[in-house]
Design a protein around this ligand. Sequence first.
Ligand code: GRF
Length: 203
Amino acid sequence: AKVAVLASGRGSNLAALLDARTRGELPVEFVLVGSDKATAGALRLAEAAGIATLALDPRSYADRRAFDLDLFERITDSGAEWLVLAGFMRILDGEALRPWAGRIINIHPSLLPKYRGLHTHRRALEAGDAEHGASVHFVTAELDGGPVIAQARLPIGAGDDEQSLAQRLLPLEHRLLPAVLAELAGGRLQWDGHGPRFDGRPL
Ligand code: GRF
C-alpha cells in the first residue's frame, strides 16, 4: 500500500511511522511527505529516509481551495492510496477532500469529541479532566470531526502542566498512529460511508 503523509512541524509522528515500518510492523510504502512549511523538520526526516517531499507555500495561492486542490493533485500524482495527517496544521477544504473520504486519517491530541481544534492539553487541564489522550479519526470537512477510529488514554497527574502532558502523550500517539495505519492499509479497517468498521464489524 502506498501512503502519503502531510506534516507542518517537527514530524515526531512521521518518525514513529517510519520506525514502525523499519521494525516490520507497518508494511507500507511511503511515497510522499508534503508540508505547508518548507522548513518543517518532517521534510528533513523524509529526505533522510529517501522519501519524495513537497513543500507548497499557501501564500503562493489565491485562496485556500486553490492550495488544497494543487496539494491533492500532487498527492494523487504520487500514486498514494492513503493519506495521513501527522501534525498537519491546516484545515482542508471539503471539496478537495471529497475524493479521499475513507482514505485519509488524522491524529489529534485529545479524546475527541472533546477539544477539537488547538491547545487541547491546556483545555483538558483547565477543565480539570481526570484523563487526556489522543484520537485517530477519518478526516472529513468538519475540523477534527470525522468518525473516531481509535484512542489512547492517560491519566492527568496533579503536577502536570501543558508541557508535561504533551510530552507524556506523544509516546502514546507514536504507538496509536502506526497501529491504526497498519489496520487501514492492511484492509482490516474500512469506512462504510458513515464510520469505521474493523473486519466488516461496526465499531
Ligand atoms: C502532535 O501532538 C499531534 O497529535 C498533533 O501535532 C503534534 C505534533 O506532531 N497533530 P509532530 O511531532 O509534528 O508529529
